[in-house]
Design a protein around this ligand. Structure first.
Ligand code: SAM
Length: 347
């Protein structure tokens, strides 16, 4: 349920709120800062997700952490603030969160967004999250795996997003679709990849492993550049907002993480005529990233024992002016887009 906006604190610099008149010739005193800074009373009341809070909560309910599910909770409250600020949620936005955990982030999202769809695979955490979200009427918690397979999002999550859009339309409002999450590492890549395939976000603000963040924003020729870099780069602008040390989480992961923001570039996306075809093409090519591109394309075209396949690829090389020694990792995302279209058309 949305809460009313907070009143400005007393003495906060509103006209007439200054306590003493300024003495002539001296700078007027600075308005004193309120002792309780949170502007939103609900935020002030919310239980703060610290390590001590989580340890107590989990010991009270007999919950043990399942590391295979990427259960590393964000306990640095400044970074939780940064994640929320970076997402820049507006009141008409619909937000998808993957991994509700104990709903510390969900609760914040609920206060900022029109509606939040949050998915949690662990039934014990889903119960804790539901308890915490009892007053948040604009949150739909989908209990289960956000993925229905490696290459598919859970239909229940997609249906909940459809329902959120319908509810917003019914109120005559429009807004964006955002992904905001402290993503479980095990599913971060398929979640982002599949959303870009079937349900593109306008922007995504997520914490992921640093290595994955670097892959998402990598440029051709760099060591991190791979299929994900091409798939994301062909549709989005991206930046790493902050690298997060293991101490930002409890329990501590072994490696650094990062907050990354991706913004969809609609023109780039529109340039991709066949999204599933492009997705599959990029994946196929990068299965052999160390091999020469020519050999990989000939294999995709039918194999080197087929003269037509060799001829087809030779024509493509001529059209694109590629050197015979070029490798996939040297091609920019937009070149990949053009190449896939030309390759498909040359069949
Ligand atoms: N949002 C919480 C936070 O920021 O503290 C928890 C984030 S924790 C990194 C990841 C959460 O994702 C865990 O609660 C985990 O159980 C959940 N999770 C892991 N795999 C999942 C999946 N396939 N589908 C939905 N939730 C998943």
């Amino acid at each position: 349920m949305k809460r009313p906006a907070a009143k400005p604190p007393r003495g906060s610099g509103r006209p007439g709120s200054s306590a003493k008149p300024a003495r002539p010739g001296r700078r007027p005193p600075r308005p004193s800062r309120p002792r309780t800074p949170p502007a939103d009373p609900a935020a002030a009341q919310a239980a703060r997700q610290t390590t001590a809070y989580l340890k107590k909560l989990f010991s009270d309910v007999g919950f043990s952490i399942d590391a295979r599910r990427g259960q590393n909770f964000l306990v640095d409250l400044n970074l939780l603030d940064l994640l929320e600020r970076t997402a820049g949620i507006e009141p008409d936005d619909i937000v998808l969160e993957v991994g509700s955990g104990t709903a510390a982030l969900t609760e914040r999202l609920s206060r900022a967004a029109f509606r939040v769809v949050t998915a949690e695979i662990d039934p014990r955490l889903a119960t804790l999250a539901r308890d915490r979200l009892i007053d948040c009427e604009n949150v739909e918690l989908v209990e289960g795996d956000v993925l229905a397979g490696k290459h598919q999002l859970d239909p229940a999550v997609l249906a909940a997003l459809d329902a959120a859009v319908a509810a917003r339309q019914a109120e005559g409002r429009t807004g964006r679709f955002l992904l905001v999450a402290n993503l479980p590492y095990c599913v971060a890549t398929p979640v982002i990849s599949n959303l870009l395939l079937v349900r593109p976000f306008d922007a995504a603000t997520v914490t992921v492993q640093r290595e994955m963040a670097e892959r998402m924003i990598a440029t051709p020729g760099s060591g991190s550049y791979n299929a994900l870099s091409v798939w994301v780069g062909a549709q989005c602008r991206g930046e790493i907002v902050r690298v997060l040390p293991p101490s930002a989480f409890w329990p501590r992961p072994k490696i650094d993480s990062a907050i990354v923001r991706l913004d969809l570039e609609p023109k780039r996306r529109q340039a991709i005529a066949d999204l599933p075809g492009f997705h599959a093409f990029v994946r196929d090519i990068f299965c052999h990233r160390r091999k020469l591109l020519r050999g990989v394309l000939i294999r995709l075209a039918g194999g080197k024992q087929q003269p037509a396949a060799v001829e087809r690829v030779a024509r493509l090389y001529q059209t694109f002016g590629f050197d015979r020694s070029i490798r996939a990792e040297e091609l920019a995302p937009e070149t990949f887009v053009a190449l896939q279209q030309a390759f498909a058309a040359s069949e």
